[in-house]
Each structure stands twice: as structure tokens, then as C-alpha cells.
Design a protein around this ligand. Structure first.
Ligand SMILES: Cc1cc2nc3c(=O)[nH]c(=O)nc-3n(C[C@H](O)[C@H](O)[C@H](O)COP(=O)(O)O)c2cc1C
Length: 147
């Protein structure tokens, strides 16, 4: 069975609850997933899995959520060659049109640098996250079909 880890960083809890919906989608496709807050995981641990899913909100003007910054810096040191990956996150295009969900793009770039393969288009959730629970679940299920 494909071993998947989902790592999220969340300041107000929006990415965290979105992660819950993604996990529901993965599980409905009969895939088990290890879920970790980015504060509880070392980048090296990603190498123990076949697929890495990262979830991160955007703060500042196009910056990673605070807890993700150190983790991101240390990702430079690891190789994810041969691993699958995907990224999701919430943002707000109305208030931050020029940096909408920039954290998602930043994480996709580092995953590519680490030689992971991005297997699905990222999920960017605009504004309130509750209306997007269905989309997040569908995105998780879609991933199971691409493994
Ligand atoms: C101070 C501040 C800065 C933000 N900057 C951005 C931004 O640059 N781009 C964006 O798309 N969203 C931005 N947002 C919106 C957050 O990403 C959004 O509220 C998100 O749902 C927070 O998720 P979290 O609770 O998981 O951290 C910002 C929000 C705040 C309060």
C-alpha cells in the first residue's frame, strides 16, 4: 500500500480543517494517511513515505504560514526523488490578489527542487473554507486514483 504523509501548517485552523476533508477523500479511496502538524515533524521523515501532501496557508504578502518557514528551509537538504506529491492551501484573492495562495506555489517549487513529482494540480481555496470541504474531499479522492 502507498504510504502517504500529509503535513499542514495552520495559524487560525483553516488549513487544518481543510486537511481533514482531504483525508476523508483519501480514506474514501481506501488509502491510509499519516497526518502531522508541521510543528511535529522533521523534513527527513518525509523520506519514509511514497507520497507527500503539503497543506499551507499564505500570510504576510505571499509568505509561508509561520510554522512552515523553518521546515521549508530544511527541505533544501532532502531528496524526494521518486516520490509523489501534491499541495493545497487556503488564501484570499479579494484582499491579496497579487499573492493569492503564493505559499502553495512556493511549496510546489521546493518539492520539484527535491525531485518529487507533483501528480495533481494544486488545490487553492479562496476565502471561507467551509464551502470548499466538498472540493477538498474530491481532491483527496482524485489523488487515490492517481497512485
Ligand atoms: C495578515 C494576513 C495576511 C494574509 N496574506 C495572504 C496572502 O498574501 N495571500 C493569500 O492568498 N491569503 C492571505 N491571507 C489569508 C489567509 O491565507 C487565510 O485567512 C487562510 O484561510 C488562513 O489559513 P490558516 O488558518 O490555516 O492559517 C492573509 C491573512 C492575514 C490575516
Amino acid at each position: 500500500m502507498t504510504r502517504i504523509i500529509l503535513v499542514y501548517g495552520s495559524t487560525m485552523g483553516n488549513t487544518e480543517i481543510l486537511a481533514g476533508s482531504v483525508v476523508e477523500g483519501l480514506e474514501s479511496g481506501n488509502v491510509e494517511v499519516t497526518v502531522r502538524n508541521v510543528t511535529e515533524v522533521e523534513p527527513e521523515e518525509l523520506t519514509n513515505y511514497d507520497m507527500v501532501i503539503l497543506g499551507c496557508s499564505t500570510w504576510g504578502e505571499g509568505e509561508l504560514q509561520d510554522d512552515f518557514i523553518e521546515f521549508y528551509d530544511r527541505m533544501e537538504e532532502i531528496s524526494l526523488k521518486g516520490k509523489k506529491s501534491a499541495v493545497f492551501g487556503p488564501g484570499d484573492s479579494e484582499i491579496y490578489p497579487d499573492s493569492f495562495c503564493k505559499a502553495v506555489d512556493i511549496l510546489e517549487e521546493i518539492l520539484i527542487k527535491c525531485e518529487a513529482k507533483i501528480i495533481v494540480e494544486s488545490l487553492k481555496v479562496d476565502g471561507e473554507v467551509e464551502p470548499a470541504f466538498g472540493d477538498a474531499e474530491a481532491w483527496g479522492l482524485k489523488i487515490t486514483k492517481l497512485l
